[in-house]
Design a protein around this ligand. Structure first.
Ligand SMILES: [Zn+2]
Length: 414
């Protein structure tokens, strides 16, 4: 049986295949068969080789990029922290809020109390604006359960989102996100619970693609993270970590040396530590949303990352406390405005480098023959428009694994 083919013509391709820049090409067609890209080339070459009769999509000069990838999020959780946001702006101190059970503790309680249906419904509402902006892959972490049952409940919700929403979900176990109240002053005991019960149970349920740890003076030590990574490696799972967000603990170097997928946040990473990140081919995931919300002033060492050729990704870090952000296009603008990334670096950060941060760069992240047909058509011709405009979504069409999630309206002339 002949496989279904779609041929895109009159399209400007931001292929993202070059080492830098957008890899822009004009006058080329792109052919999708089933769920893969099977040909990119000059139309004159295609005519002679054309054997089948594909459905032709005239893109009218629109820009096409790979489907966008949000490689760091905490989209599944119970409750919200709007009251806390308001109280803080009315003058309440952080200590007073913490004493009143605020901060991450309140999210853990709300997530433990929520059933799977309500977690799924609230997560769908947060996911929808991302999907409307052409996001086709999202990483979602656990970490608001801090017990086996709730961590597994969160990861099940993440898995269900993939089935319900035409999006690829990478599930990350973040049991070592914070110390639960029942383990106060017993953090080593909690790490043993993570290693001996929580992670193996979540893994046995088929719910873990990678393992993350929050290494920070308010969370876990480098030694405790090493213990969790040992267990992850024994299960054959890749690792990554939240590191050097509020201080330099040396977490990034230890994590990178484990051939980690990524080190995330890294505002306080020392320049002399950057070569170790580069040597281990670990991606630096920058999170300008949390930088913005926390009104952080210490910038990640962007120049050193660039000079050492470290792949930089950017992500929403969508979470109820430090980054209630549900727009990857806004994050691209923040990365340019706050971190001085170029618009090309910002787009690489949500395509090819984000794919690399998830270990999926063989299948996703660029417009290349053999990759998944995750494609977005935009009502623009300059890729910098994606980073430049704020609050304007030029997404015209979205295809995920060869299936239209949002078809190009035939009447929507440019
Ligand atoms: Zn995070």
């Amino acid at each position: 049986m002949k496989k279904h083919q779609t041929l895109f013509i009159n399209v400007r391709l931001a292929t993202m295949v070059d080492e830098v820049g957008y890899g822009l090409i004009d006058d080329h067609g792109l052919l999708v068969e089933a769920d893969h890209i099977i040909w990119i080339g000059l139309m004159s070459d295609r005519q002679s080789a054309l054997e089948s009769d594909p459905k032709v999509i005239d893109c009218q000069g629109r820009l096409m990029t790979p489907g966008l990838i949000d490689c760091h999020s905490h989209l599944v959780y119970g409750g919200d922290r709007a009251d806390e946001f308001e109280l803080r702006l009315e003058g309440a101190s952080y200590e007073a809020l913490a004493k009143a059970g605020g901060g991450i503790k309140s999210t853990v309680k709300a997530t433990r109390d929520a059933n799977q249906e309500s977690l799924l419904s609230s997560a769908k509402k947060r996911l929808t604006p991302l999907l409307n902006e052409g996001v086709t892959t999202v990483e979602i972490k656990s970490g608001y359960g801090l017990d086996s049952e709730t961590e597994i409940k969160m990861l099940r919700v993440a898995k269900q989102l993939e089935a319900d929403c035409s999006v690829r979900i990478q599930k990350t176990f973040l049991g070592a996100h914070a110390l639960p109240v029942e383990y106060a002053d017993r953090s080593d005991d909690y790490i043993e619970l993570v290693c001996n019960k929580m992670l193996p149970e979540a893994h046995a349920a088929g719910l873990v693609d990678a393992v993350d740890v929050f290494i920070e003076n308010i969370a876990f030590t480098v030694a405790q993270a090493e213990r969790v990574f040992d267990c992850a490696e024994a299960l054959g799972l890749p690792v990554k970590a939240h590191v050097e967000q509020l201080s330099n603990m040396g977490g990034a170097v230890m994590t990178a040396k484990r051939q980690a997928l990524s080190v995330d946040h890294i505002e306080f990473l020392a320049e002399q530590d950057v070569p170790t990140i580069a040597q281990n081919n670990t991606v630096a995931v920058l999170l300008p949303g949390a930088f913005y919300v926390l009104r952080e002033t210490k910038l990640p060492p962007i120049d050193a990352l660039r000079a050492n050729g470290v792949s930089m990704a950017i992500a929403t870090d969508a979470n109820p406390g430090s980054s209630p952000v549900h727009s990857l296009l806004l994050i691209m603008n923040m990365a340019c405005t706050l971190f001085r990334l170029t618009p090309a670096e910002a787009l690489r950060g949500v395509t090819i480098n984000a794919a690399k941060a998830l270990g999926l760069d063989k299948e996703l992240g660029s417009l290349s023959v053999g990759k998944q047909a995750d494609l977005v058509l935009w009502d623009i011709d300059k890729p910098a428009m994606l980073s430049y405009q704020i609050g304007l979504n030029p997404c015209a069409a979205i295809m995920r694994s060869g299936i239209w999630r949002k078809p190009l309206e035939s009447y929507s002339d440019r």
